[in-house]
Design a protein around this ligand. Structure first.
Ligand SMILES: Nc1nc2c(ncn2[C@@H]2O[C@H](COP(=O)(O)OP(=O)(O)OP(=O)(O)O)[C@@H](O)[C@H]2O)c(=O)[nH]1
Ligand SMILES: [Mg+2]
Length: 343
């Protein structure tokens, strides 16, 4: 499936139906009076967050959306019917911006969340509404109001609690395939992963968190090298990060600084998340002494560190536990803050 995470579309809500000008005509009822009904309301354009969708692909094919116009009012006091709404389904995590002003309209981050993004026009009043004591036969009826027109930009920001960031080939996809049911492509060459993958990691009593495997980052990515850094949009919402550096690396700390520089160029806030460096492919580094030395130098620089192997499974339990403990701590801190609002 193709992964599209940005798209611009045009929306047109339905115009309101016109009010009707008509007079009651019936045998034996002279001067029957005005009986023109009102126009119906135009259909709205509505956005709905749907968990069944993972990409904005469909919207990249269809760029124009139009709700139906309201029906016209009729004689015999009949009001027009309302125009049908246009409902657009979007993946959860879609952020909607006004394409003109660039302002954010809404962040659809909850399943089932709905928003009327363009309102249908009001129907016009029929002439039966304009009857007064001095004007018993009004020849006046309103036209319906035009429906709202809008151009919006949609950005998909995946919702995952834990993000895996590292150089190409570090073993990110292999790791997510070991921790979750996700089955991303794994291969012995850089840039195997071109789009983010999500996996659900289960732990303890039916609890789980979502982990994201991102395409590899390289030095200069913020200037466009490799796949660039635009996909980092998908870790904006993560709460903790795992950095993968191959244990065979000559200088893991130096590699780490390269990753940090690219993350910092995208959003310095990313570096404030709880982070852990996992030296990957432990099975390829059998010599315990030199591995311990590497871990020690990373820890000395103030990082939390672990050695793991997605192949042998070593260290995976600890890695999972670390992520869970960090998420729990963040949750606790969040709820305490909510209980004691400042000021
Ligand atoms: N020996 C060993 N090989 C591993 C381990 N984890 C991954 N590999 C191998 O390393 C290569 C790259 O693995 P991927 O999981 O595709 O790496 P990635 O970080 O997702 O790479 P990109 O998607 O290209 O950024 C594959 O050949 C894997 O089989 C490990 O723990 N031990
Ligand atoms: Mg990969």
């Amino acid at each position: 499936m193709k992964f599209i995470d940005q798209v611009e579309i045009k929306l047109q809500a339905g115009d309101g139906g016109n009010g009707c000008m008509s007079f009651r005509r019936e045998k034996y009822v002279p001067f029957g009076g005005p009986d023109g009904g009102d126009g119906g309301k135009g259909g709205d354009v509505i956005l709905v967050a749907d968990t069944n969708l993972q990409t904005l692909l469909d919207l990249s094919y269809q760029r124009n959306y139009r709700a139906k116009r309201g029906g016209g009012g009729k004689g015999s006091q009949m009001n027009g019917r309302g125009g049908e709404d246009m409902v657009i389904r979007l993946p959860v995590g879609s952020v909607i911006y006004d394409a003109g002003s660039k302002e954010m309209i809404v962040d659809l981050d909850r399943t089932g969340q709905r928003l009327v993004v363009a309102k249908g026009g009001k129907g016009g009043l029929g002439n039966m509404n304009f009857k007064t004591s001095i004007n018993q036969a009004p020849r006046q009826a309103e036209d319906g109001e035009p429906g709202e027109e809008k151009k919006i930009r949609i950005e998909l920001k995946l919702i995952a609690e834990v993000g895996i960031v590292g150089f190409p080939n570090a073993g990110k996809s292999t790791l997510i395939s070991r921790l979750s049911a996700a089955r991303p492509k794994i291969a012995d060459y850089p840039f195997t992963t071109l789009v983010p993958n999500l996996g659900v990691v289960k732990y303890a009593d039916y609890k789980s968190f979502v982990i994201a495997d991102l395409p590899g980052l390289i030095k200069g990515a913020s200037q466009g090298a490799g796949l660039g850094i635009q996909f980092l949009r998908h870790i904006e919402r993560t709460r903790v990060l795992i950095h993968l550096v191959e244990c065979t690396s000559e200088n893991a700390l130096k590699d780490m600084r390269v990753l940090e520089a690219e993350l910092n160029a995208y959003d310095p806030g990313l570096l404030n998340r709880p982070r852990l460096i996992a030296l990957s492919k432990l099975d390829l580094c059998p010599e315990k002494k030199s591995l311990d030395k590497k871990l020690k130098s990373i820890k000395k620089a103030g990082f939390q560190a672990l050695a793991i192997s997605a192949v042998s499974g070593a260290g995976l339990k600890e890695l999972k536990e670390w992520a869970v403990s960090q998420l729990k701590a963040l949750e606790k801190a969040g709820s305490e803050k909510r209980e004691q609002p400042e000021g």
